[in-house]
Write a protein that binds this ligand. Structure first.
Ligand code: PEP
Length: 250
């Protein structure tokens, strides 16, 4: 049985006061979430605040990115140890915004996955195709290439140290969601690819869906066999919506 996992990706949003309000709301309702693991990934400058507010709760927290380097002259970067210093459990790697806006290649993402897991963080590995790639019929090839970069670097077992988030780029922040059938089809293809390397890893690894998942569409997406949770952007900024999604996950 794979434990469902819902993670909020706040991206570059919020302020100290709005985050306090958001977390107060999530904390007030999280008791109604039966079995899903609940995570919030905050902008790095607010992680200390988030840690102080969530310490002792069932809600985990994480970063949205990390450096491949452990320390030194890398202005503006945040290391795995710094995230761990504030008790982060998770870190997002390879979000499509980092791939497209900041030039993160499959190799850089695979290195970040490796650095994170070796440090003891759980990487949330984002993969997914652009609209052009979907229209060209290469969705599964793109996902396979992105996952294989990690498997080739770290081995297939390493996937169990993290979570995979399938996020079709055309569905992120656009209000366009993959249909449950479209999402399930790709999740199943991802699991099949992993099963060709190791059936047990494929059975255990959690694959979240991300891309305009919201309070209204979460239940039908999360009901699909191979969808083990969600990575939530916009809807994670409203406590009520985020909680509705968490409860829909179980
Ligand atoms: C994301 O950024 O990972 C995401 C899924 O965003 P949204 O839910 O806003 O589409």
């Amino acid at each position: 049985m794979r434990k469902p996992i819902i993670a909020g990706n706040w991206k570059m949003n919020g302020s100290r006061s709005s985050i306090k309000e958001l977390l107060d709301g999530i904390k007030a309702g999280v008791g109604e979430v039966k079995s899903a693991e609940v995570v919030v990934c905050a902008p790095s400058i607010y992680i200390a605040d988030v840690a102080a507010q969530l310490e002792g709760t069932d809600i985990a927290w994480g970063g949205q990115n990390l450096s491949t380097e452990p320390k030194g002259a890398f202005t503006g970067e945040i290391s795995a140890d710094m995230l761990l210093d504030f008790n982060c459990k998770y870190v997002i790697v390879g979000h499509s915004e980092r791939r497209s806006l900041y030039g993160e290649t499959d190799e850089i993402v695979a290195e970040k996955f490796e650095v994170a897991r070796k440090a003891g963080l759980r990487p949330i590995l984002c993969i997914g195709e652009t609209l052009q790639e979907r229209e060209d019929g290469v969705t599964n090839d793109v996902c396979a290439r992105q996952i294989m970069a990690v498997i080739e670097r770290s081995g297939v077992q390493a996937l169990l140290d993290g979570v995979i988030a399938y996020e079709p780029v055309w569905a992120i922040g656009t209000g366009k969601t993959a249909t449950p059938e479209q999402a399930q089809e790709t999740h199943a293809a991802i699991r099949k690819l992993i099963a060709e390397k190791d059936a047990s890893v494929a059975e255990q690894v959690r694959i979240q869906y991300g891309g305009s998942m919201n309070a209204g569409n979460a239940a039908e997406l999360l009901a699909m066999e191979d969808i083990d949770g969600g990575l939530i952007g916009g809807a994670s900024l409203k406590a009520e919506d985020f909680l509705t999604i968490c409860k829909a996950a179980g």
